[in-house]
Ligand binder design. Structure first.
Ligand code: HAM
Length: 421
């Protein structure tokens, strides 16, 4: 019986994989230019790590994690995001020293048991970055300018950066109270989830997609009006620096995010091209999380972008060409016997080359050479073997030359180098 892939999980096939590689290599280049180093963290962690960082009352922890018990009865979960694991790793390895800044990035699959739809998967790939050790608002702006440059270099247009500030441990409780007071008067218009959230997680009500809840919270108090002086000054500085750098943004005072660890600056980059799954990248500051997870108090900020969503926005005309290969077409057993050594020598010189392993006709081998975009085909039949040559065909000009079998590797290396391949 045929077994198909799990619902909400996607194969990335060779025709599409260039998009992932293209996004990854552009991101790595930019992040390394900005002083980030890569960290690779485990795909699963103790469930408690996610519960304590993302928050018990969040959708992710309440209903979206893939959680299982190992044979010792420990509760483990597949990572739904990367921030918690990076913080845990930094604490474990004593990497967060006072008076020092660490910039780390990561890429890899994340897992959330969400209802699958266009742009929303149960296994999806993120590229994320985190900066530890400073609450300087310039760094908030720097992270956003890095994303802005990345999108520009990927040729992605039509996105909007929205920013907000969620305040700190001083002013957030004041806002929370004001919002709860407002929501208690609106209970009749709110959905069951939002009625429940009013007591435990009132900010999330502002993020509910149901039209009734949206309408009921239209005149809810703004988080920005409750910011303390320090948080207000911080937010002004972030905006001023973005203005200075020419990074466009909108302020959205209802932007609250679905994870509990955020403080001060939060942001999302949105597109109108992906239906309801409109966030391509998101993140914010989380100045209390390191301490909450047992590290020394360390302010931090970061983001993650969704690779599937970004890949869907990549312009089709993106230039992702790689070096055109050489194709060797052996005809007959004697010619095929020459292939292993010849291919090995060519590959050892760094020349991309492929061949036919199935004893096919010249016609079908030429078709295969076309399919892989070969620049040259080297034909080795009985006549060529007798004459000690390979017939080299330029697939663009159709010109054919005989190259001595002896010096073939050197000559083809020279020809390709001359063409700048
Ligand atoms: P997040 O908003 O949960 O934040 O996810 C970031 C991005 O991952 C989203 O904007 C979206 O592009 C993508 N994404 C999320 N869920 C899915 C899904 N089911 N299918 C496809 N793509 C998805 C975080 O994960 C935070 N850790 C970001 C962060 C880093 N904050 C501070 N540092």
């Amino acid at each position: 019986m045929k077994i198909s892939a799990v619902r909400g999980v996607k194969d990335i096939l060779p025709e599409e994989v260039w998009k992932w590689q293209f996004i990854e290599s552009a991101s790595r280049r930019i992040m390394e230019n900005f002083g980030f180093s890569e960290i690779r963290i485990p795909v699963f962690e103790y469930t408690e790590l996610f519960a304590r960082s993302i928050g018990q009352g969040t959708d992710i922890v309440e209903k979206e994690m893939y959680t299982f018990q190992d044979s010792k009865g420990e509760s483990l979960s597949l990572r739904p995001e990367g921030t918690a694991g990076v913080v845990r790793a930094c604490i474990d390895h004593h990497r967060l020293q006072p008076d020092s800044v660490s910039k780390l990035y990561y890429t890899g699959p994340m897992f959330r048991h969400e209802r699958p739809q266009k742009g929303r998967y149960r296994q999806f790939y993120q590229i994320g970055a985190e900066v530890f050790g400073t609450d300087n608002p310039w760094v908030d702006a720097e992270i956003l300018s890095m994303l802005h440059l990345l999108f520009e270099q990927l040729g992605i247009s039509g996105t909007v950066l929205q920013i907000n500030s969620l305040g700190c441990t001083e002013c957030r409780p004041v806002y929370r109270k004001a919002l709860q007071k407002f929501l208690r008067n609106e209970q009749a218009s709110l959905c069951t989830d939002c009625r429940r959230r009013t007591a435990g997680n009132p900010l999330r009500v502002l993020d509910c997609k149901r039209p009734d809840c949206k309408e009921a919270t239209q005149s809810a108090p703004s988080v920005l009006a409750s910011l303390c002086r320090d948080c207000m000054a911080h937010f002004e500085m972030v905006k001023g620096t973005l203005d200075l750098m020419g990074v466009p943004y909108e302020v959205n005072e209802r932007l609250v995010r679905g994870l509990d660890y955020y403080t001060r600056t939060t942001f999302e980059i949105l597109t109108d091209q992906l239906g309801s799954q409109n966030a391509v990248a998101a993140g914010g500051r989380y100045d209390g999380l390191v301490e909450q997870l047992g590290g020394r108090p360390t302010p931090a900020i970061g983001f993650a972008l969704g690779m599937e969503r970004l890949a869907a926005l990549l312009p089709e005309e993106t230039n992702h060409s790689r070096a055109k290969p050489l194709y060797l077409a052996p005809l007959g057993d004697a010619a095929m016997e020459r292939m292993p050594l010849l291919l090995h020598q060519l590959r050892a010189r760094g020349i991309p080359v492929d061949t036919d392993y199935l004893g096919k006709s010249l016609k079908s081998q030429m078709r295969q050479a076309d399919r892989i975009g070969a620049a040259y085909v080297g034909i080795l039949g009985e006549d060529e073997l007798n004459d000690g040559v390979i017939l080299l065909r330029n697939m663009e000009t159709k010109a054919q030359t005989k190259v001595p079998l002896e010096g073939f590797v050197d000559q083809i290396a020279e020809t390709l180098a001359g063409e700048g391949a």
